[in-house]
Design a protein around this ligand. Structure first.
Ligand code: UDX
Ligand code: ADP
Length: 479
C-alpha cells in the first residue's frame, strides 16, 4: 500500500523531529503531527523556527524547509486520524506514579486513550505504529482495544521503536545504525504493512539497515538497548569511585577498555550520573516486567544499574559538601548546566535536579546557568520532587542568564552538563570574582584541569585521582 497521508500523535522530543525528517525525505507524503497541548503546537508553528519547543541542532532548518509544504502541526487530532493511512503513536509513557506498579511500570494511560480515539474516528483501514517505547506485549492491548471498539475497520499494528538520542536526533534520524520494524510476520497483511513502512525509510536508509522482526522482539529490543547503554554508564561510574581511591584515572581506564573491539569505546564517559526520559524509565519497566514473571534475579540484576546511578548523583553532591569544609549552608554554589546532556533543552531526570535538591536540603544558595533551559522548567523540575515549598525553591535557587554573573562570589562551581561553551569561558575572570579557595567540581570531565590549577582553582573531577597525589600539586586548600 502506497502511503499518502501520515498522522503522528504526540509532538514531543520523538514525534516532532522524527516526523520532520520523514516529511523532508518524502515530499509527496502529507505528514501531520498532532498534540493536545496547544502551546506546544503553537510553538511548532512559530514563524521564528528558533522558538521550536524542542531544541536539536539542525532541526530548525528541516522544519523551515518542510513546514506548510507537507509537514503540518495541529491540535485537530480527530481530523488527522481520519485522513491518515498510517498513524504513529508517539505519546509519553512515563513511569506510573500511582497504584499497581507505582514507580516501576510504564503508565499506558495515554497510549490507551490514543487507541480509543483512533477506534472511534477511523472509517477505513489503517496501519498503527508504536513509536513510543512500550512494555513487551503492548501491541496486544492495542489490538484488543482497536478490534473491540472500532467500526469494523482493519488495523495492522507495527512496532517501530525510535533509537534517536537527544542532542543528535537529526543526525541519528538521517543516518540510523538500524531501523527496527516489528510486525505480524506470519500473515500477508502483516508483511504488507511492514513493507509500506519499510518503503518510507528506504528513501534514505540503506535497505540492509532495516531490520524486520516479530512485534514482541521489536518491543523488547528497545528496552534492552536502553538497558545495555545505561548499564555501560553505571559500570564506568562504578569504576570512577575506585579510580579516585586508587590513583587510577577513569579516562585512561575507559580509553584502554574502549580500544578492545569487543567492548567498544562509546558510552564509557564517566559522569555525575545519567539522566534523560528513557534510561531510568525503561530499566524500571524491564525490572517490573521481569518481576511480574517471577524472574527476581533478572529484575535485581537490572535494578542495580539504577541503584548505582542514584548513588553516583548522591556521591557527587556529598563530595561537594565534604570538600566545602562539611557545610554548604548559606554558601553560593553555581551549577553550570541543567539539561540532562548537551545540545538539548530537555531536563527530564537530569542529574542536576537531584544534585540541586541535595544541596538545597543542606541550605545552599544555588544559582543555575544553562544556555538552553527555560527558568520555569528549572523550577518545575524542583517543585515536582516536592522536597520543599515552591516559595522555598524560588528563594534558595536563582536562575542566571549570564554565566559570569552566575559564578560571581560563588564558593564553588559544579559543571553538570557538558555544554561546549563552558570550555571556552574566561576562567581567569571567573576565578578573580570567586571566593577562595575557588572550587570547581567537574561532573562531566569537561574542563582542562591543568589550566584551572594554573589559574589557582581547586578542581575535582569524577574518577580522577586527587591532584596533590600526582606529579604536580594543587594549591593549598586553606590559602
Ligand atoms: C537514549 C538512547 O541513547 C537512545 O538510543 C534512545 O532512543 C533514548 O535514550 P538519550 O537519553 O536521548 O538517548 O541520550 P544518551 O546519549 O543515551 O544519554 C543518556 C544519559 O547518559 C545522559 O545523561 C548522558 O549524559 C549520559 N551518558 C551517556 C553518560 O553519562 N556517559 C556516557 O558515556 C554516555
Ligand atoms: P517523547 O520524549 O516520548 O517524545 P514527550 O513528553 O516529549 O515524549 O511528548 C509526548 C507528547 O504527546 C506530549 O506533547 C503530549 O501532550 C502528547 N500527548 C499525550 N497524549 C496525547 C493524546 N491522547 N493525543 C495527542 N497528544 C498527546
Amino acid at each position: 500500500m502506497k502511503i499518502k497521508n501520515i498522522c503522528c500523535i504526540g509532538a514531543g522530543y520523538v514525534g516532532g523531529p522524527t516526523m520532520a525528517v520523514i516529511a523532508q525525505k518524502c515530499p509527496d507524503i502529507r505528514v501531520t503531527v498532532v498534540d493536545i497541548n496547544e502551546n506546544r503546537i503553537a510553538a511548532w508553528n512559530d514563524e521564528n523556527v528558533e522558538k521550536l519547543p524542542v531544541y536539536e541542532p539542525g532541526l530548525s532548518d528541516i522544519v523551515k524547509e518542510a513546514r506548510e509544504r507537507n509537514l503540518f502541526f495541529s491540535t485537530d487530532v480527530d481530523s488527522a486520524i481520519d485522513k491518515a493511512d498510517m498513524i504513529f503513536i508517539s505519546v509519553n509513557t512515563p513511569t506510573k506514579t500511582y497504584g499497581i506498579g507505582k514507580g516501576m511500570a510504564a503508565d499506558l494511560k495515554w497510549i490507551e486513550l490514543c487507541a480509543r480515539q483512533i477506534a472511534s474516528i477511523a472509517k477505513d483501514d489503517k496501519i498503527i505504529i508504536e513509536k513510543s517505547t512500550l512494555p513487551v506485549r503492548t501491541a496486544a492491548a492495542l489490538r484488543d482495544i482497536l478490534d473491540n471498539t472500532g467500526n469494523g475497520v482493519k488495523y495492522q499494528i507495527l512496532s517501530n521503536p525510535e533509537f534517536l538520542a537527544e542532542g543528535t536526533a537529526v543526525q541519528d534520524l538521517l543516518n540510523p545504525d538500524r531501523v527496527l520494524i516489528g510486525g505480524d510476520i506470519d500473515t500477508e497483511d502483516g508483511l504488507q504493512a511492514i513493507q509500506s513502512l519499510s518503503e518510507i525509510y528506504e528513501r534514505w536508509v540503506p535497505k540492509e539497515r532495516i531490520l524486520t522482526t516479530n512485534v514482541w522482539s521489536s518491543e523488547l529490543s528497545k528496552l534492552t538497548a536502553n538497558a545495555f547503554l545505561a548499564q555501560r554508564v553505571s559500570s564506568i561510574n562504578a569504576m570512577s569511585e575506585l579510580c579516585e581511591k586508587t590513583g587510577a584515572d577513569v579516562h585512561e581506564v575507559a580509553q584502554a577498555l574502549g580500544m578492545d573491539s569487543r567492548i567498544g569505546s562509546k558510552f564509557l564517559q564517566s559522569s555525575v550520573g545519567f539522566g534523560g526520559s528513557c534510561f531510568q524509565k525503561d530499566i524500571l519497566n524491564l525490572v517490573y516486567i521481569a518481576k511480574s514473571f517471577g524472574l527476581n534475579e533478572v529484575a535485581d540484576y537490572w535494578e542495580q544499574v539504577i541503584i548505582m546511578n542514584d548513588y553516583q548523583k548522591r556521591r557527587f553532591a556529598n563530595n561537594m559538601i565534604q570538600t566545602l569544609f562539611n557545610t554548604v549552608s548559606g554558601k553560593k554554589i553555581t551549577l553550570l548546566g541543567w539539561a540532562f546532556k548537551k545540545d538539548t533543552n530537555d531536563t527530564r531526570e537530569s542529574a542536576a535536579i537531584y544534585v540541586a535538591d541535595h544541596l538545597l536540603n543542606e541550605e545552599a544558595e544555588i544559582v543555575v546557568y544553562d544556555p538552553k533551559v527555560e527558568t520555569e522548567q528549572i523550577y518545575s523540575d524542583l517543585d515536582y520532587l516536592k522536597s520543599r515549598s515552591k516559595e522555598a525553591n524560588r528563594q534558595s535557587l536563582k536562575v542566571a542568564n549570564n554565566p559570569y554573573e552566575a559564578c560571581k562570589d560563588a564558593h564553588a562551581i559544579a559543571v553538570l552538563t557538558e555544554w561546549e561553551e563552558f570550555k571556552h569561558y574566561d576562567w581567569e575572570k571567573i576565578y578573580d570574582n570567586m571566593l577562595k579557595p575557588a572550587f570547581v567540581f567537574d561532573g562531566r570531565n569537561l574542563l582542562n584541569m591543568e589550566e584551572l590549577i594554573k589559574i589557582g582553582f581547586v578542581p575535582k573531577s569524577v574518577g580522577k585521582p586527587e591532584y596533590d597525589a600526582k606529579s604536580f600539586s594543587g594549591p593549598a586548600i586553606a590559602s
